[in-house]
Design a protein around this ligand. Structure first.
Ligand code: G3H
Length: 248
């Protein structure tokens, strides 16, 4: 039986004061959480997050990672650096990285590999654009994004991380995929992995992301192949985030 994971992705939000308040509130309500809980923070706040979360039940990580280990790569943050601050997770391939910062499938695969190499759990984001859904190529797109990682690292590598299905049209729009729409894609992902390795398919957590909130999390997490959520906007307020952590 897979445990549910609720992971916050703060994106480009927060300040020292707001993070102290947010994590104070989350920690105060954690006894009611039904899921494992994690937050992924902007790089610069990771030392503060480490200070606030060390020894607690809330895990933490980064929103991206460099594919490089060290050297002349200005502005990059390596897996070793993230491990230096005891990060557990690193998001890779978020649609905002793919569309706004031109990260290709191959870049995402390299970042997935870098996270694994340094003992971090990559949260691999996949998902289609609205026009791709309208063209009926959702599965093709998601399969291509997964294949980039499988071809580089092997299907077994997926068991070291987490997959997050995030339909791009549902991110930050309030337009959540219906539980059945999400389940269909989650089942496709698990089936694709199962065709290569049944054990990995059974084990890997597949999160749903895209306008998850306290009002829809229960229904989403009740679906057979949805193992929790990757939460953007609703991870920025303790009350909203906790409502999701209590679901499922
Ligand atoms: O990584 C999180 C997703 O982009 C979802 O964001 P959202 O919950 O604000 O729609």
């Amino acid at each position: 039986m897979r445990k549910t994971l609720v992971a916050g992705n703060w994106k480009l939000n927060g300040s020292k004061d707001s993070i102290k308040e947010l994590l104070g509130g989350v920690l105060a309500g954690m006894s009611e959480a039904k899921s494992d809980v994690a937050v992924c923070a902007p790089y610069i706040y990771i030392p503060l997050v480490q200070e606030l979360l060390s020894g607690t039940d809330v895990a933490y990580g980064s929103e991206s990672i460099s594919e490089y280990d060290s050297g002349a790569y200005t502005g990059e943050i390596s897996g070793a650096m993230l491990k230096d601050f005891d990060c557990e997770y690193a998001i890779v391939g978020h649609s905002e990285r793919r569309t706004l910062f031109a990260e290709k499938d191959s870049d995402t695969a390299n970042k997935f590999a870098a996270a694994r190499k340094h003992g971090l759990k990559p949260i691999l984001c996949v998902g289609e654009l609205l026009e791709e859904r309208e063209q009926g190529i959702t599965e093709e797109v998601v399969a291509r994004q997964l294949d980039a990682v499988i071809e580089l690292e092997g299907v077994e590598a997926l068991a070291d991380g987490v997959i997050a299905y995030e339909p791009v049209w549902a991110i930050g729009t309030g337009m959540t995929a219906s539980p059945q729409q999400a389940q269909d894609v989650h089942a496709f992902i698990r089936g694709k992995i199962a065709a290569l390795n049944a054990g990995v398919a059974e084990k890997v957590q597949i999160l749903y992301g895209g306008s998850v909130n306290g009002g829809n999390a229960d229904e989403l997490f009740a679906m057979a192949d949805i193992d929790g959520g990757l939460i953007g906007g609703a991870s920025l307020k303790a009350e909203d985030f906790l409502a999701i952590c209590k679901a499922g």
